[in-house]
Design a protein around this ligand. Structure first.
Ligand code: SF4
Length: 78
């Protein structure tokens, strides 16, 4: 699975770091650090983070079906 964050779009809301702390971490107030090739065991966390990002800055590739995020009951809030 591959994770790409558009850091130009990212506003540092930290939704991703909250939902998938093993993959995303805030460094200070604004800078986001992330693991671009997280373990597959983190798949659901990553998909939740992708779905929750208010600015849709997160792209996940090779995670299987994106319906998993929809099925995870994630709301699209800030
Ligand atoms: S949820 Fe989106 S905007 Fe917020 S820190 Fe993560 S990538 Fe950036």
């Amino acid at each position: 699975m591959r994770v790409v964050v558009d850091l130009n779009r990212c506003q540092g809301y930290a939704q991703c770091a909250f939902l998938a702390p093993d993959v995303f971490a805030m460094h200070g107030e604004e800078a986001l650090l992330y693991d671009g090739q997280p373990d597959d065991t983190r798949r659901l966390d990553v998909l939740r983070a992708e779905a929750a990002c208010p600015v849709k800055a997160i792209t996940v590739e090779g995670a299987g079906a994106t319906w998993a995020a929809e099925g995870a009951g994630v709301s699209d809030g800030g």
